[in-house]
Design a protein around this ligand. Structure first.
Ligand code: PHE
Length: 496
């Protein structure tokens, strides 16, 4: 089966390559000039496409549900406007000013810090191994809903039996990866930007539609209790301070912080890559504010669409379901909605599939763009090779649920198998470490002025310059160090 998928994949890539070559009537094997975004809106929507992904639609709502609703939202918004803004600005400005991918960007500013570029590059390498696996799961659910298997999907054990089966997860991952690879293969302007420009506004409209629908729901359970969508909205928005202790608050803060990294795709070189494709006349201040707004807006709306629905049909118990929320609890909610649930289910999984695709594209583009620069190879050749390597890695991750199954206790206290380990290494271990080092580098070695100059190119005003400077020098390094020690479990080993 694996061999079959692999051969198929190579074949498809090869055929596409040949077609494109014939279409253009020439062999473009020599490295071409790097592509770039054609417009500011194209850049904003593509960057937002990377930022908006499963993090917003699945991870954010379940964290908000678990961490006291409104309280989590409040903490998260403050973090977006301070940390999120600082890290996003840093990445995009470094990318545009150097015109390079993370791999070379840091070293080109200061030779001694070249290692940070390599370290940053590791994150998309790791995420690439498992993101397409999750993309495959989403595709599987979308197909299940479209083909009328929604009843099955809502049954206990459906998800587990799917991910532990040998062939199916690989097949769906393969299709998801092939679509991603094809778009990256066609290039930044013709593929990535164009795709995001259509898909992102569509996603926004769908999410608003389902969020409004969610609020109109009402259900009376077996015990005769009626719950409405608006009650659910209150649970989501109003802060719950009940039983709040300092350590619980610290937990919420850390959850919100790691969510922020993942959600904005910062500190992993991706935004540096996209920044390097931006023209000098684009207003970075505005673009960054728009990306923050888009990403947070989608997360907020996703919560508004999921939490009231879960609350109406499952009460507060359903809200504590954690990571399984999207694949286990939601299908049950769609099932309780009756006929409408099938339509809502289809729209939901189509939407999240788009979101996951644009994110996976940004990860693969970072790998491809970097490799093209290092090896001076053409886009087509490089993306074909990277796609094949990614496929092999993703197959291994899929098999982590059966052939290679094992459980490992992670330093942060949770247990995981292959996919969780990859996620832990990239999100909980590397990202805080990279943000810490980047903050030291920008704040104390090259100084915030270096970033400010880039933000002010073309007489643009860098409105939040003072905030930026303060954050990058003092706040980010301290908090990142805390986050790093927390997630590596070093804190819990201390005697106090
Ligand atoms: N930001 C994406 C999300 O919210 C996830 C992502 C992670 C995208 C890493 C690219 C790289 O789901």
């Amino acid at each position: 089966m694996i061999l079959y998928s692999f051969v198929n994949f190579c074949l498809i890539v090869y055929i596409i390559e040949q077609q494109l070559i014939t279409l253009r009537g020439k062999k473009t094997m020599e490295p071409k000039k790097k592509g770039g975004f054609t417009s500011q809106i194209g850049f904003v929507l593509t960057a937002a496409g990377s930022a908006v992904g499963v993090g917003n639609i699945w991870r954010f709502p379940y964290l908000a549900a678990r961490d006291g609703g409104g309280l989590f939202l409040l903490v998260y918004f403050i973090l977006v406007l301070t940390f999120g803004f600082t890290l996003l600005t840093t990445d995009i400005a470094i990318g545009r000013r150097t015109g390079k991918h993370a791999w070379e960007a840091f070293g080109s500013i200061n030779k001694k810090w070249g290692f940070l570029g390599k370290l940053t590059f590791l994150v998309p390498v790791i995420i690439m191994t498992y993101y397409s696996v999750i993309g495959g799961w989403i595709l599987k659910y979308m197909v299940a809903y479209i083909s009328g298997q929604h009843k099955l999907a809502a049954q206990d054990g459906y998800f587990t039996s799917f991910i532990t089966s040998k062939a199916s997860p690989i097949v769906f991952m393969f299709i998801f990866l092939a679509i991603t690879a094809f778009i990256v293969f066609t290039g930044v302007e013709k593929g990535i930007e164009k795709f995001s420009k259509y898909v992102m506004p569509g996603l926004f409209i769908m999410i608003i539609g389902i969020a409004i629908y969610s609020l109109t729901l009402s259900h009376t359970d077996a015990a005769g209790v009626t719950r409405t969508g608006l009650d659910g909205l209150k649970v989501y928005l109003i802060p719950n301070f009940e039983g709040l202790t300092f350590s619980k608050f610290l937990g919420i803060l850390l959850d919100a912080m790691s969510q922020l990294f993942f959600s904005l795709s910062v500190s992993m070189g991706i935004m540096i890559t996209y920044g390097s494709y931006v023209k000098k006349d684009v207003n970075l201040n505005k673009s960054i504010a728009q990306v923050e707004f888009f990403d947070t807006g989608v997360a907020l709306l996703a919560g508004m669409m999921i939490i009231p629905a879960i609350y109406v049909f499952m009460g507060t118990d359903g809200m504590a379901s954690g990571p399984s929320l999207m694949f286990v609890s939601l299908p049950k909610v769609f099932e309780s909605m009756g006929a409408a649930g099938v339509v809502v289910g289809i729209i939901f999984f189509v939407m999240i599939l788009f979101a996951a695709l644009t994110s996976c594209i940004s990860i693969m583009e970072t790998l491809v763009g970097t490799a093209m620069n290092i090896f001076k190879t053409s886009r087509k050749k490089t993306s074909s090779v990277i796609a094949i390597i990614s496929l092999v890695a993703a197959v291994v991750i899929c098999l982590g649920y059966n052939v290679f199954y094992f459980e490992l206790k992670l330093p942060n206290g949770s247990t995981g198998q292959l996919l969780d380990i990859m996620d832990y290494v990239s999100n909980s271990f590397l990202m805080p470490l990279i943000s810490f080092l980047t903050a030291i580098f920008v704040g104390w070695v090259i100084k915030p002025k270096w970033i400010q100059e880039e933000m002010e190119v073309g007489a643009k005003k860098f409105n939040r310059a003072k905030l930026y400077s303060f954050m990058i020098k003092f706040v980010v390094p301290v908090i990142m160090a805390v986050l790093f020690f927390q997630s590596t479990g070093i804190f819990s080993k201390l005697p106090f």
